[in-house]
Design a protein around this ligand. Structure first.
Ligand code: SF4
Length: 802
């Protein structure tokens, strides 16, 4: 039986089930939508289609085109409402039909509607950061190429390949070959492309199959079709087809399922939810995308409240066991491979709105292009300050509050308890395995990082249960002080806003180097204030040899013999040994004899050498970091694991990092805790050079900690929140998602501050308690290795500010 015959003869229920299976195998539980604003650049069109209400004659319009000011006003409204996409909708070549359009273009200096579209898309991108999607109909190759410079994706519905449809009789641009040529040229130009078919405009089932096969064939040649829209015909008043019957539901569902079966599984399938009363059934037919959802509704008064339409979409999606995720106009498969699919100038605008999977950042709030100027006073803080429109989304290190992902919703009501056994899909299966005691592997870790909505709450719940089982309810903290002895560094880590070159090199900011007396005094001050630990970290000064680190350790121990010296990253230790030409083990033993008690896990960044080649090419590699900690553990020193996440890497790198460090822990048992360090972007050089994302989203941050609790279960008992980067409100959520430790009081934190963080330089016991108490948890002071501190607190609550 041919595929055509099979599709035509298979009972609808069976066809729908087949389509769902293909969709679920390819996309799991994820269903996407694009938060977008519509910009109707011109409602004039040279075509007359029998079903169209969009096109208007000039007499009904005040102006033939929206002005630049009008375009920008709409786009800004969209940006303020949290959109990612500016969808330019317009009629086709109106200047060829209406003099008024041709004259307007001429008077404003444009050769054609497409040229005007190009300039308006560029304007919107520059001023608002919204990503344009050009939907300009059948275009010629040079026009598609011109729009590729300003629009990360483009679209044109094939509609139908029948050339004798009544509804297209007055539409020269609907000639099938014109549409097919446009689709083909878009492929040749490597344009991520959206196309689709209309159902119920006079075509037959065979016609739809032919159109879908033509789309699949073009995609097979170029790989450029990112999504196919299957849209149902509805009669509208004052159109040529107003008396025609709407597309019957079964016919529509058959067409969606057929599209899912004919098209390659990697092509996303969309059906617009607003054209069906009971739109949940569209999911039953195999779609994985709802298309554009515009949050700009009549209620602009309470923009912080969830959008009703979106809420309904989420409920309907979750009722069918799916999870909703916002996407960009360009789909992730194309966004994460920009060198092939996008103009160089668009790489950063896409990255700037992306999460780690290449989907749209999903924290609520506005995202504006960040503009900076040099700070008047730098001292040990950031060297740039933000100017212009402020983004209101949560960012690591910024003061914007995070969304409530667990615990309590925005309106104060608690989230419903998630019953993990009731969840469906790959994430549910992994969590069920975890509850049976299975250890998750690299691929499963990547899958968990794709969680959304209820799935996030389910992961947090499983992690929280494990936390309770392993370490109980107490939230621990350590009274410590950071001593960053120098900010001069010969390394050039691209994310580091802290390091300065030597003065002679006249690089950024004011370099400093504390004397051994300064360091000893700071240690004494810290002891007097009740600290049990000093954390020593700094740049790699060109004048240091390995003995410097030994001298620093001695200076602290001579000043305060009881102080726990937690110091020197794997880079400092490896570099110290290298500069002395001494075997690593000998060198670490000498540090230990001088009084070093444990190593911080920083300098790990991401333990994936492909990513290190971007972030810190001259630094130690993954093997060297792991080796240093292995040797330290052999020498009897404890250390911890950190991960700096959210800059350029994707979840696979996170999974590799977790699995590699877990393997070492299984071997040595020397790590005391895992510390997630979300990348702070604001003043980071790599962000200022437009080469990274804006750090992780809050969902990613929460998942990093919860998944770490699950992945390291049985090997590492303590998962720490970095309050300098996450802030107290976010910390409270993470402490309900697997974390049990708040880290240190720090007193003089300035590495995060140099990258632009603004959560303060020190914490007190009372401030920690203010986080713990509202979530019903006790607070417990610890020493560095998670024992009880063997000294009485000194002056409680004191904070150093300089
Ligand atoms: S991260 Fe450390 S090694 Fe890298 S530049 Fe900054 S101070 Fe230097």
């Amino acid at each position: 039986m041919s595929i055509h015959q099979r599709l035509l003869e298979t009972p609808l229920d069976q066809l729908l089930a087949d389509a769902r299976t293909i969709r679920d195998r390819q996309f799991g539980s994820r269903v996407t939508y694009s938060p977008k604003v519509f910009i109707p650049l011109t409602m004039l069109c040279r075509d007359k289609c029998g079903y169209c209400t969009f096109a208007q004659p000039p007499a009904r319009l005040e102006n033939p085109y929206l002005s630049a000011d009008q375009v920008l006003a709409i786009a800004k409204q969209g940006a303020k409402s949290g959109c990612h996409e500016a969808l330019f909708t317009l009629g086709e070549r109106p200047e060829l039909r209406y003099d008024v359009a041709a004259e307007w273009l001429k008077a404003n200096g444009f050769d054609s509607t497409v040229h005007y579209l190009h300039d308006m898309a560029a304007l919107v991108l520059k001023e608002t950061g919204l990503l344009p999607h050009a939907n300009a109909g059948a275009l010629y190759k040079d026009e598609l190429a011109m729009l590729r410079r300003v629009s990360p994706s483009q679209g044109m519905m094939i509609e139908s390949l029948r050339d004798d449809l009544d509804c297209h009789r007055g539409a020269p641009d609907k000639v099938p070959q014109r549409r097919l040529d446009t689709l083909e040229w878009a492929g040749e130009l490597k344009i991520p492309f959206t196309t689709g078919i209309l159902v119920g405009i006079g075509e037959t089932r065979e016609d739809r199959i032919n159109a879908l096969e033509a789309i699949a064939a073009s995609h097979a040649r170029h790989g450029h079709v990112q999504e196919v829209i299957v849209q149902n015909f509805l009669p509208k008043p004052r159109t040529g087809m107003q008396h025609e019957a709407p597309c019957p539901q079964d016919e529509y569902l058959w067409s969606i399922a057929t599209a899912r079966i004919i098209l390659p599984p990697s092509i996303h399938l969309q059906a617009p939810p607003n054209l069906s009363d009971d739109f949940g059934i569209l999911l039953d037919a195999g779609i994985d995308d709802w298309g554009g959802v515009s949050p700009i509704t009549a209620d602009h008064v309470n923009p912080e409240r969830p959008w009703p339409a979106l809420d309904k979409l989420r409920v309907v999606t979750e009722e069918r066991g799916k999870a909703l995720a916002p996407r960009l106009t360009i789909y992730p498969e194309f966004a994460i491979n920009p060198t092939v699919w996008v103009e160089d100038a668009l790489h950063f605008p896409i990255q700037d709105r992306s999460d780690a999977e290449g989907l749209g950042r999903d924290d609520p709030g506005q995202v504006w292009p960040e503009k900076v100027t040099a700070a008047d006073v730098v001292l040990d803080g950031a060297e740039v300050v933000l100017i212009g429109h402020r983004s209101t989304q949560w960012y690591s290190g910024a003061n914007n509050p995070p969304p409530s992902l667990i615990g309590t919703q925005h309106d104060g009501t608690p989230f419903n308890e998630v019953d993990v056994d009731q969840l469906r899909g790959p994430i549910a299966e992994i969590l069920q395995g975890v509850r049976l005691g299975q250890r998750i592997n690299e691929a499963e870790i990547v899958t968990l990082f794709s969680a959304r909505g209820k799935e996030v709450r389910a992961i947090a719940k499983v992690a929280d249960d494990l936390r309770k089982q392993v370490v109980g309810d107490a939230i621990t903290w350590v009274h410590n002080r950071n001593i960053n002895y120098t900010n001069v560094c010969t390394f050039k880590c691209k994310f580091c806003g802290f390091s300065k070159g030597p003065l002679s090199l006249n690089l950024r900011g004011t370099p400093y180097l504390l004397t051994l007396d300064d360091i000893a005094n700071r240690a004494r001050e810290a002891w007097d204030l009740g600290a049990t630990e000093v954390t020593l970290q700094g740049g790699i000064h060109p004048d240091f040899d390995g003995d410097y680190y030994i001298d620093v350790t001695r200076a602290v121990k001579d000043a305060v013999p009881e102080m726990h010296v937690h110091g020197f990253t794997a880079l400092e230790v490896t570099e110290g040994a290298k500069r002395l030409g001494e075997p690593l083990y000998n060198y670490i033993m000498r540090l230990k004899e001088a009084g070093l008690a444990s190593l911080p896990g920083t300098a790990a960044e991401i333990l994936d050498d492909d990513i290190r080649a971007i972030l810190c090419p001259d630094k130690i590699n993954t093997e060297e970091w792991l080796e240093c900690h292995q040797v330290a553990h052999e020498a009897g020193l404890r250390s911890n694991i950190t991960i700096m996440f959210g800059s350029v890497e994707h979840p696979l790198s996170w999974a590799k990092h977790i699995v590699r460090t877990r393997a070492l822990q299984a071997q040595t048992g020397g790590f005391t805790e895992f510390v997630g360090l979300p990348f702070v972007h604001m003043a980071s050089p790599i962000y200022l050079q437009h080469k990274s994302r804006r750090g992780p989203t809050f969902r990613e941050t929460l998942l990093m900690h919860a998944i770490a609790r699950i992945a390291y279960h049985g090997l590492i008992d303590n998962i720490q929140v970095s309050w300098t980067k996450i802030g107290p409100i976010g910390a409270a959520q993470l402490l309900q998602a697997g974390c049990n430790d708040m880290g240190g009081t720090l007193m003089n934190e300035n590495i995060s501050r140099a990258a632009g963080a603004s959560h303060g330089q020190g914490m007190t016991e009372d401030a920690f308690r203010a986080i713990a108490q509202p979530i019903g948890r006790s607070l417990l002071q610890r020493n560095t290795t998670y024992g009880r501190p063997d000294r009485e607190p000194a002056r409680k609550g004191a904070v150093l500010t300089s």
